[in-house]
Design a protein around this ligand. Sequence first.
Ligand code: ATP
Length: 375
Amino acid sequence: MSTPARSKNAGPAQGEPLGLTIDNVRKVYASRGRETFEAVKGMNMDIRPGELISLLGPSGCGKTTTLRMIAGLETVTSGDIRIGDTRINDLPPGKRNVGVGFESYALYPPLNIKENLAYGLKARKEPNADEQAEAIAKRLDMEDLLPMRPASLSSGQKQRVALARALIRKPPVLLLDEPLGHLDASARQRVRRELKLLQREFGYTTIVVTHDQLEAMSLSDRIAVMNGGIIQQFDTPDEIFDNPANLFVADFVGEPSINLFDGEAVVRDGKVFAKVGEGMVETTVESATNGQKVTVGIRPSDCRTGVESGLVSDVVVFEDLLEFGQASVEVRGTAKRALVQTPAEEKYEPGDTVVFAAPPARVYLFNAESGDRVR
Ligand SMILES: Nc1ncnc2c1ncn2[C@@H]1O[C@H](COP(=O)(O)OP(=O)(O)OP(=O)(O)O)[C@@H](O)[C@H]1O
C-alpha cells in the first residue's frame, strides 16, 4: 500500500504504517490466581496498514482491555497480537512501536506543553522539533496551550495534548482511548475532522476506542461493534448501519434507535412479510419460514407514510423538527411505541391514525431467540 503524502512541517515518518492482527485473543482477569472475569472472549481482527478502525460498544464490553493488551499495559491470556509480522504479546510496551494517546499518560510537569510535545522528537534527534510541535498544535487548535504547564490544564485540554503527543511521534500503530471525550461539542467536531485528516496524511494504522457512535461513524474505515467481550460485527460504517449482523448491532447503532417489535414471518406467493400487531410489511428476506417468531426492526428514518398497507398506528406525540417531523405512535395490536419520521409537509395531531411501512430491503428480521439476522 502506498503511503499518503506527508506535510512538510511534520517531518519524516518514524516508520511505514504496519498492519495489526488480533488472532483469537482472550483476556481473563484474575485476582490472587483465581480467574475473575473474561473481558475479551476470542477476538479476531485483521487491520490493514493505514486503516482507522473504531472499537465501539457499551461500557464494560472490553474495548479498553483490548487497547491495553495491544499497548502492552495488560497481559494477553491467550491468542496472538501481531504488528506486521512480529508477534508482540511478550514485548514490553516501549518496544512495540505503538503510540498511545491515553489521557492519563504522564506529561513532564516542569516542561511547558510545547517542550513536552517536542521532547520525544529531540530525544530522537529529529530536526525542527519545535516547529513540529507548533504545527501540530495549530492543527489541533491548541496553540494557546503551548506555553502552559501540564498542572494548569483542564481535562479537555489534557486530552488534546495527549492526542498531539501521540500524533507527533508518528508511530506505525496509534491507539486512542476516547480521544475526544472531554471536548465540548464544537471543539469535538473540529478536532475530529483534524484527527481524520492527520491520520490520512501520515497513514498511521489507528485504533480508536469510543462509545460515541457518531464519532465512530465519521472517523472510521471500519468499526468493530463489541458487546460482552465479543465482536458482534466488524465492517464499514455503511454496512454496520445498512446491514446489521444481529439485533444488538441494529439496536446499538442508529440515532434515534431502531423500532423493534415482536412479530411473525408470513410467507405468501414466495414473498416474506413481517406481521406486527394488526399490520404487515413486505421484506426482502428469503430464508424465513411461515409462522416463524421474529423480532422486526424498522429504523425511524426508513418509515414511509401514505402507504396503502403497513403497520397501523395512532399518534401519541408529534414533533415538528422543521426539516422533517417525528411522530411517536402506538402500533395497534402491540404494546409498543414506535418513532416514525415523516416528511416536513405532513403535520399530525395526537390521536391521528398513521399507516407506515418501509422499503422491503429496510425491514430487518431477527431470530426471536438468538437475535441473529434472518436474511
Ligand atoms: N483489572 C480488572 N479486574 C477484573 N475485571 C476487570 C478489570 N479491568 C476491567 N475489568 C472488567 O472487564 C470488563 C471490560 O472492561 P473494559 O474497561 O475493557 O470495558 P470498556 O468497554 O472499555 O468500558 P468503558 O467504556 O466503561 O471503559 C468490565 O466488566 C470490567 O469491569
